[in-house]
Design a protein around this ligand. Sequence first.
Ligand code: NAD
Length: 326
Amino acid sequence: MRVEKIAIAGYDEVYRLEDPDGFVALHRCRIGPAHGGTRIKDYASPEDALADALRLGEAMTRKCAINEIPAGGGKAVLMRNSIRDRRAALSDLGDFVESLRGRFFTGSDLGTTPEDIEILKSRTRYVACQDLSEHAAQGVLFAIHGALQCLYGRPESWGRTIIVQGLGAVGYKLADKLVSDGARVVATDVDSARLRQAEQELSIETVPPESVLATSGDVLAPCAVGGVIHRGVLSELRCAIVCGAANNILDSDATAQPLHDAGIVFVPDFLANSGATIQGVLTNLKGPGDYTAQIRAIKDRTVRLLQVARETRRPPLDVALEWIRC
Ligand code: NAD
């Protein structure tokens, strides 16, 4: 693997990888180590891979900053179609991460398997890995409670309709928690087997993936992929709140304003889905422990954020970005 440092405005360190092709983007690694998983995915072009690494790395910085955790964000992406020998590719990436001497901690993300993580761990000390989907789901639930509190004066999801897009590691657990809370959950997934399993195991209603955004409810919780909310779908939405686990739910920060103008409250995903980051990064910085109290604080942060946004008549995302200024 060849590695070349490239300069990208606004980022502390960015590296282009060759053979296999990819990028390591450290958005912030000066206030504390950058944390972020390794994504292995088919990208149409190196430009797409770089854009993904940059945006995901910045999102990690935002998650740390909004929770006042002294760490930054980063991301490694490998272009799957350029990998000839997976073991060698991950070994090389591990060696490179080790050479960064703790400025970057990586772990699992989309496209990585437990075997991949074992290879990384065999080459570098700087691997933070565990399945954090439970903590992510907890955090989203607390954010939903905060948003409901702000909008309706009570946090409980009991009697509310919550629409969950994507019943994967996080979405499934979130749907389960919401059902236990007494919410009416309407959910979808492009994986029909997953959807059938959820129908059998949880008391949920289901809708086809293509009609989920237009389903009426109190909260739309995107828990599948990023970019699902863009200008083109705003007139379809029939929810009061958007609050979910997916990273970068909005196609761009600029969509926050028209979403706000449409009267829909958006809880920034870097706050709502930060439960996994809180658990993962604090474990790394302070050692294994129970960080539930810090994850629970997502609810109060959400309430404060939405209150300020309401008082100042601004999109919550704009207020949150002003708070964290990074
Ligand atoms: P996952 O791969 O386990 O689940 C995603 C699910 O979404 C899958 O079941 C998939 O079939 C479904 N899906 C994909 N496209 C869809 C579509 N268009 N419509 C409906 N369903 C669709 O992923 P996950 O770990 O549950 O993560 C979900 C999202 O949350 C991702 O955006 C991820 O980046 C983000 N996130 C995950 C964690 C975590 O700890 N796992 C933490 C923070 C954020």
